[in-house]
Design a protein around this ligand. Structure first.
Ligand SMILES: Cc1ncc(COP(=O)(O)O)c(C=O)c1O
Length: 382
């Protein structure tokens, strides 16, 4: 990579993570064990909930939360999200019902949720987009009024708050540790909840339906006795990844602060361009900029031309998310949906600029310079 190339994202890892992984490898216990337990306890403390269950991905967390809920029916979620949110609904035997988003927050609109509640609705799944929390107060009110589960897809918002509370502490929270997220383990996920029964069912479901783990049985008088209490999966997180997670969690606030500083710098630099909507932090919480997305005025700019021009210059711009889920082949054919005007217009005009904690000033300058050049190249002539 040359000095003028900037990746879209890069995990902020170093000697501490290497040391943590080495410690686990030297211990001889690589599978699900004491590191996972310690990571769960630290993560629950950070989010402010009583239980955290470590898993192999956020998709598994979303899927298991619905399976553990035990009731099948309709789940209301945004279509403007990564397809994993909707896939988890379908693979859990439920039906996705897509609600439109708010044009500023880019998160699900509470009014659109309300309009989609039916006799079949069992859950609401707000997706906290790109580091910004959904507006949780009206969502919790609707859930309470209609007796619905709230399943927060918090994959993109670790450390974001709404009304003084962390995302993932309102309902059941589902987090991702994929390398592009606010903290990274390589792969991995976490389910957070204050409901002890939900936590217990998910612990069993993640390990073949067996209530205890191998590590918990190790050293007991009959460690071979494994009893399934339900049919389950193997969605466990190994200790090697949990050890990375523990280090990353300690650095999370620092990393999120760096993201915020870089975002503030980009906000300031991009202010001069007409028809460029930068991310809006909520009035009632913080933004943790898992992504820095801008929405272009489609009358002024050709989004695809802008993204391609940036990429030609070695600056890793991308698009999150186009097409939205309801316009993807499987969903088009199996869950045909009426138009979602805001979702469709945002999906067609949004782009993501590089942003990650250890970006240098030179990298930020390079992103702004490439964006400016690409914007000029992508300007519509008529
Ligand atoms: C909104 C959203 N939900 C779910 C996921 C899935 O996360 P994981 O890869 O950990 O399953 C992602 C990851 O990209 C995401 O952005």
């Amino acid at each position: 990579m040359t000095e003028r190339e900037v990746p879209l994202s890069r995990p902020c890892t170093g000697e501490d993570e290497i040391e943590a992984v080495s410690r686990v490898i030297r211990s001889g216990w690589l599978a699900h064990g004491p590191e996972v337990k310690a990571f769960e306890s630290a993560f629950a403390g950070y989010i402010g909930v009583s239980h955290a269950v470590a898993l192999n991905s956020a998709t598994s967390a979303l899927h298991l939360a619905l399976i553990a809920h035990g009731v099948r029916g309709e789940v209301i979620l945004p279509s403007f999200t990564f397809v994993a949110s909707a896939n988890a609904v379908v693979t859990a035997g439920c039906t996705p019902v897509f609600a439109d988003i708010d044009p500023l927050s880019l998160c699900i609109s509470p009014a659109a949720i309300e309009a989609n509640i039916s006799e079949q609705t069992i859950a609401i799944m707000p997706v906290h987009f790109g580091g910004r929390a959904s507006d949780m107060a009206p969502i919790m009110e609707l859930a309470e009024k209609h007796g619905l589960m709230v399943l927060e897809d918090s994959a993109e918002a670790i450390g974001a708050t709404c009304d003084g509370h962390m995302t993932g502490s309102f309902g059941a929270g589902c987090f991702s540790f994929f390398p592009t997220k606010n903290m990274a383990c390589g792969e991995g996920g976490m389910l957070t909840t204050d409901d002890p029964e939900l936590a217990e069912r998910i612990r069993a479901l993640r390990g073949h339906g067996i209530a205890s783990t191998t590590h918990e049985r190790h050293g007991s008088h009959n460690p071979w006795r494994r009893e399934a209490v339900m049919p389950g999966y193997n969605f466990r997180m190994p200790d090697v990844l949990a050890a990375i997670g523990r280090v990353q969690l300690k650095k999370l606030d620092f990393m999120n602060e760096r993201r915020c500083e870089h975002a503030a710098w980009l906000d300031m630099r991009l202010r001069e361009y007409k028809g460029v909507q930068t991310p809006t932090p909520p009035a009632n919480g913080n933004h943790v900029y898992q992504m820095y997305t801008v929405v272009l005025d489609p009358k002024l700019y050709d989004r695809n031309a802008v993204v391609n021009r940036m990429r030609e210059q070695g600056v890793g711009a991308s698009v999150h998310f186009d097409p939205p889920v309801h316009q993807q082949e499987y969903y088009r054919e199996n869950f045909p949906h009426s138009a979602l005007p805001v979702t469709e217009s945002v999906a067609a005009s949004i782009l993501t600029l590089p942003l990650f904690p250890d970006m240098t000033k030179a990298m930020l300058e390079r992103v702004a310079e490439a964006f400016s050049e690409a914007l000029a190249a992508g300007q519509r002539t008529s």
